[in-house]
Design a protein around this ligand. Structure first.
Ligand code: NAD
Length: 346
């Protein structure tokens, strides 16, 4: 059994994902691997069959080389051998991300992408393009639909939430999962965990915020005001859904520090009250590597999407969306999401 994966956006997340496939396929170590097997599938059962990007510094390269091409900053953990899969020009709806403004781009049409997907026989397309390029993300979903390829939307663009797209995937006998990947141990799930503990222990939460600081092109793009607001909306809504009452919260305000590379620091501040309204406060920070934080979840979601489609579960599969994404079709507590996923796929 081989899960054939196509990637749109050969950035830092893609670099880590492919490096992870290489590392864990060797079988010498399982260290750092959350779920060695999902529905009987291992990392070694996954093959990258196509890759798309619009950055002229990456297009035309063997994918193995593009993983480390500028402006990618994810660390090189392993040597990835060339596979012969070349990065081909992706589609663009004329809204290049801020980090590519003024730089040469190479693009193709939706039909070209659809044809390339069909030829590659990809089972699923991982949408890992820059956030803020909503029209392009939507077009990738339509290209996948046309070529009979399932689709995973890791970006914050609203595709799974827009009911008409999941319905079309369902009718076509395909799976769609999204929106906006939730990292394994990133700011959102950590924030949810803190609040959940306070709720469970009867502490009344009144206010909370989360501030992120990082480097890399994705963080650079996120300081664009519109993209920042869109990302903040998703993160705030995801975090708020963990608490069964209204409280003041803002999650996901981001700043860019070039030399941080792919590292990220997230600051959390929470104010609440216990017995006799006695004050309870939390002031903590979390340091993590952005791309690496996506690796395990991507690996799990890819295998689960493949398994779901083979057991004829089509459209937006709720246990995959709830487990792997910040904005699933229906809000779900992260612990419930995990147990549903575990029951279905582990
Ligand atoms: N932990 C995480 O890293 C994480 C968590 C949640 C969501 N995400 C989402 O995953 C996506 C990728 O994140 P990243 O850190 O790898 O970003 P990145 O900036 O490192 O990579 C994005 C890549 O997409 C390419 N691109 C942009 N527009 C394109 C288009 N139209 N067609 C093809 N390629 C295009 C860029 O050239 C770049 O290579 C983002 O949307 C981000 O919000 C990442």
């Amino acid at each position: 059994m081989v899960v054939k994966v196509a990637i749109a956006g050969v950035g830092n997340c893609a670099s880590i994902f492919v490096q992870g496939l290489e590392f864990y396929s060797r079988g010498s170590s399982k260290e750092g691997l959350w779920h060695p097997t999902i529905s009987g599938l291992k990392a070694s059962d996954i093959e990258i069959v196509a890759a798309f990007d619009i950055d002229s510094r990456k297009v035309g390269l063997d994918m193995a080389d593009s993983l480390f091409a500028s402006p990618n900053v994810a660390r090189r953990y392993v040597r990835v051998p060339r596979s012969g899969v070349k990065v081909t020009p992706g589609l663009s709806k004329g809204e290049p991300p801020p980090h590519l403004a003024g730089l040469r781009q190479r693009t193709s049409s939706r039909e070209d992408v659809s044809e390339a997907l069909r030829k590659s026989e990809a089972d699923l397309l991982l949408n890992l393009i820059s956030s803020g390029t909503d029209a392009s993300s939507r077009d990738y979903a339509l290209a996948a639909l046309k070529s009979g390829t399932s689709f995973v939307n890791c970006t914050p663009s609203s595709l799974v939430k827009d009911k008409s797209i999941p319905q079309r995937f369902k009718r076509a006998g395909l799976v769609i999962a999204g929106d906006d990947l939730m990292s394994q141990f990133g700011g959102t799930v950590f924030h949810k965990g803190l609040l959940n503990l306070m709720v469970k222990r009867g502490v009344k939460i009144s206010k909370s915020y989360q501030l992120d600081v990082g480097g890399g092109s994705e963080t650079y793009n996120t300081i664009d005001e519109d993209i920042k607001i869109a990302k903040r909306k998703i993160k705030t809504s995801s975090v708020s859904s963990e608490v069964p009452y209204k409280f003041e919260t803002v999650a996901g305000t981001t700043d860019f520090v070039d030399y941080m590379g792919n590292e990220r620091t997230s600051y959390f501040w929470v104010e609440g009250a216990g017995f006799l309204r006695s004050p309870v406060g939390i002031d903590v920070y979390l340091r993590s590597s952005d791309g690496a934080n996506a690796g395990n979840v991507l690996l799990d979601v890819v295998r689960a999407v493949y398994a779901a489609s083979h057991s004829k579960k089509y459209g937006a599969v709720s246990e995959i969306c709830g487990y792997g994404f910040k904005a699933p079709p229906k809000p779900v507590h992260f612990q419930q999401a995990y147990s549903k996923f575990e029951t279905a796929y582990l």
